[in-house]
Design a protein around this ligand. Structure first.
Ligand SMILES: Nc1ncnc2c1ncn2[C@@H]1O[C@H](COP(=O)(O)OP(=O)(O)O)[C@@H](O)[C@H]1O
Ligand SMILES: O=C(CO)[C@@H](O)[C@H](O)COP(=O)(O)O
Length: 607
């Protein structure tokens, strides 16, 4: 291990915040700070929940200038926390996935000549000059590219083939469809693009002082990379670029992707040395996507699952099995060749839960209080069934168009009778039961879709054979602070060893990034991430058991609910799914009688 004084920085540029964590070589968290986009810059940039929206076209995007300001501000806050920048040996980071940043022809020269007396914003985006060919980065919540997605799904024959080749079928937020739309909507801006970064490589570029390569894991969230061959896919590039010549040009703009997730891109830019006191040889290790970085926050076993309760809800596993399909994603593992990250991603995670929470909070003084939501969720019986002969109350809660399943915004409630399989639409009005039902709905969807990846296990203490489920579920992200959600998660998903959270679960992604930096700088020839981090990992100290997992009877009852849930989804998909009316994604269903939601929709707050 390197000197105990050595420190590593990890960043997490996600939807609503930029977070930073400083970690020692022995994996201990020393300092952390964050910039909250709404609280710090909401008025200046007009953003809400970190983004801007154009509901008429289903667009969601974020101003890149705001992220520049956030970088200087988070470093200033780390200094206020007592961080001695002189001890930093290396940095890595993560960006929300799929979003692109379009650099202008001036970018390289501006990035490499930064004056430490001025801020990044004062130099990279001014009235006179800009490092960006376009001021916004399309956000992963965008739903404007159905037409482009249809072309992507068709180009290799069918969506399944696209999934086999790239790890995913076409998705609205993926960079290929996004670049295709951007090129035709803003031809003049596209003309001025010199290079294209993902959010992760954009952040790395600032620290490096030149445009950094795209990362080997994050590149598999673009619908442009042949995951089996490990190279850009010419036909998919051509579809985005519009012609063969355009494809060659686009390939150049996207650049070379190094195979090694621990690649050292070089030393930190002089700007940060002079302005903050970083050592001039502090190393920049490849930055990756926020979900890939999250699975690096612990030595995850193939039988474990992580559930990230951020703005999005994601379900993550590390696996050597490559089984792509339309509903989920396979991505290259961020550090280890031959492994993949399995991911389910939901747009309607944290914000959808907040929308239900807000129905309980009439007091203007405590708008963000979860107490009533939690108490109600825990006192409501499973799927609102007081008696075993009652029907189950199931719902879908989508303030924004959803990814899985691909349906437009809306809310639906159904009653399901397990014995007969009968399913009936019921009033979609808000009831206090929704506190429990929304969490159940999100977890039932995870259970339904993660089934192919989980194994039947034998309980090591009792020797009893258990139905397929994860060994452990680790909760991370902002929502991991909520023990009521953790409890329901364990009841629905199981996990025979229980539900855990990381000691700093809300900051797991930045932590995983910092661990990646440690591995990139300190690894011996051929030493894997799992080996290095595993040898320093202290499971007891770094994790905490927060809820029971598998409970006989409860898990089986939710097994019945999964069947009803699947039927409900099929009905809703038949009515409004697979892109139907996605372009006008801001419209709530007529059956959405929730007055608050309808009012928000009118104000264009959700699309
Ligand atoms: N106590 C809590 N209970 C439930 N959800 C919470 C709680 N605290 C924070 N959250 C949720 O966490 C979300 C932010 O999570 P975070 O992982 O920081 O977001 P991101 O990385 O997407 O910017 C918020 O939208 C909020 O709904
Ligand atoms: O689109 C995805 C993953 O495919 C999202 O998970 C984004 O990566 C944003 O994550 P958070 O801001 O919720 O962490």
């Amino acid at each position: 291990m390197a000197g105990t004084e050595d420190l590593y920085l990890g960043f997490d540029l996600s939807t609503q915040q930029l977070k930073c964590a400083a970690v020692s070589s022995d994996l201990k968290l020393k300092h952390e700070a964050k910039v909250d986009f709404d609280a710090d810059f909401g008025k200046k940039y007009g953003i809400e929940k970190g983004v801007l929206t154009n509901p008429s076209e289903g667009e969601v995007f974020a101003p890149t200038a705001m992220w520049l300001e956030a970088v200087d501000l988070v470093l200033q806050r780390m200094r206020e926390q007592g961080l001695d920048f002189g001890k930093i040996k290396g940095l890595s980071g993560a960006g929300m996935q799929h979003g692109t940043v379009f650099w202008s022809k001036e970018a390289e020269s501006l990035l490499s000549n930064l004056d430490a007396e001025k801020t990044l914003l004062e130099q990279l985006q001014t009235e006179k000059t800009s490092a960006f060919a376009h001021p916004h980065s399309p956000n992963w919540q965008d739903a404007s590219t159905q037409i482009q997605c249809d072309k992507y799904d068709a180009i290799l024959g069918d969506p399944e083939t696209l999934a086999k080749v790239t790890g995913s079928k076409a998705h609205h937020r993926f960079s290929g469809p996004q670049i295709k739309r951007f090129r035709t909507k803003y031809p003049e801006h596209y003309e001025n693009v010199s290079q294209i970064s993902l959010v992760s490589s954009f952040l790395a570029s600032l620290f490096l002082g030149k445009v950094a390569p795209i990362d080997i894991s994050d590149v598999t969230g673009m619908n442009l990379w042949d995951i089996n061959k490990g190279q850009w896919h010419n036909t998919l590039l051509e579809l985005a670029a519009g012609s063969k010549d355009g494809a060659a040009d686009l390939k150049q703009k996207l650049g070379h992707v190094p195979e090694d997730g621990g690649e050292n891109f070089g030393s930190i830019s002089d700007y940060f040395v002079k302005r903050y006191g970083f050592p001039s040889d502090a190393k920049i290790i490849a930055f990756t996507g926020d979900n890939p970085a999250t699975i690096l926050a612990l030595p995850l076993r193939s039988s474990d699952a992580m559930v990230s309760l951020g703005t999005s809800t994601t379900f993550l596993m590390s696996t050597s099995t490559y089984k792509p399909a339309g509903a989920y994603h396979f991505m290259n593992h961020p550090t280890t060749a031959g492994l993949y990250m399995f991911m389910l991603c939901y747009k309607n995670g944290g914000l959808a839960r907040e929308q239900i929470r807000d129905q309980f909070n009439t007091s203007a003084t405590h708008p963000a209080n979860w107490d009533t939501f939690n108490d109600t969720a825990l006192s409501t019986p499973l799927v609102s069934r007081k008696d075993k002969d009652d029907t189950m109350r199931l719902g879908l809660y989508f303030p924004r168009p959803e990814i899985v399943p691909n349906v437009r915004a809306g809310q639906w409630r159904y009653s399901y009778t397990p014995g007969t399989g009968e399913i009936k639409a019921i009033a979609a009005d808000f009831l206090p039961d929704d506190a429990r039902n929304i969490v159940e709905s999100q977890m039932l969807s995870l259970r339904l879709r993660s089934f192919p990846l989980v194994q039947a296990e034998t309980n090591t203490t009792t020797g009893v054979q258990l139905p397929p489920q994860p060994r452990r579920v680790y909760l991370v992200g902002g929502g991991s602070a909520n023990n009521a959600i953790a409890k329901i998660c364990g009841e629905v998903l199981g996990s025979h060893d229980g539900v855990y959270k990381l000691d700093i679960g809300g900051n797991a992604c930045a932590l995983g990034s910092a661990y990646k930096a440690i591995w990139g700088v300190e690894r011996k020839q051929g030493q894997t991430f799992e080996d290095l981090i595993g040898s320093r990992w202290d499971e007891k100290q770094f994790t905490k058991r927060v809820a029971d997992g598998y409970q006989k009877g409860t898990f089986e009852a939710y097994g019945e609910a999964v069947k009803g849930f699947e039927k409900m989804e099929q009905i809703v998909i038949g009515e409004v799914g697979e892109g139907k009316k996605q372009a006008s994604g801001g419209v709530f269903m007529a059956s959405d009688t929730d007055a608050g939601a309808a009012a928000r929709s009118k104000r264009g707050e959700f699309i």
